[in-house]
Design a binder for this molecule. Structure first.
Ligand code: NI
Length: 170
């Protein structure tokens, strides 16, 4: 596994609509392993392939499935060609940061719950029901596949003060 460089704005790859993945070959498996290693090293809780300069529809997320349970273990999700299939009407404001936009935080309104469908790293169908922060992470990462970043959606964006708590980066 290899750590890869995380690209930052204004790299144009972050503004491109990424391609669907059709080949589940060794190169894809290597890319996924590298994404997981790069995510953990950053550290972050979500990463989309365009953030490594690769315009493919692939995300990795590592976060507790239910963050309202104390000591809920982190769970790794690898989703190829992810799509949001259901979205709650209920929304929530939350503060986000992004590994590709270092030094900025923003307040973003997101759906409280989403159902994500896609494929596993072996090409098998997968469906994930996510709520709260996990739902926010999936929405943020899938936006990256469409060339959208959180500062496009934020109701306000600021440079965090030194004493502002660190965020889980996505
Ligand atoms: Ni991001």
């Amino acid at each position: 596994m290899t750590l890869r460089k995380i690209v930052t704005l204004p790299d144009p790859v972050l503004r491109r609509k990424a391609r669907n993945i059709i080949l589940f070959d060794a190169d894809l498996q290597t890319l996924i392993d590298d994404m997981i290693e790069t995510l953990r090293d950053a550290p972050g809780v979500g990463l989309a392939a365009p953030q490594l300069g690769i315009s493919d529809r692939l995300i990795v997320v590592e976060y507790p499935e239910d963050d309202e349970l104390e000591d809920s273990p982190r769970k790794l999700f690898v989703v190829v060609n992810p799509e949001i299939k259901e979205i709650s009407e209920e929304t929530e404001l939350g503060i986000e940061g992004c590994l590709s936009i270092p030094g900025l935080h923003g307040e973003v309104e997101r759906a409280l719950a989403v159902t994500v469908k896609g494929l596993t790293r072996r090409g098998q169908p997968v469906k994930i029901k996510a709520s709260n922060w996990l739902a926010r992470i999936f929405q943020h990462e899938i936006d990256h596949l469409n060339g959208v970043v959180f500062t496009d959606l934020a109701i306000k964006v600021w440079k965090p003060a030194l004493d502002e708590p660190a965020l889980d980066n996505v």
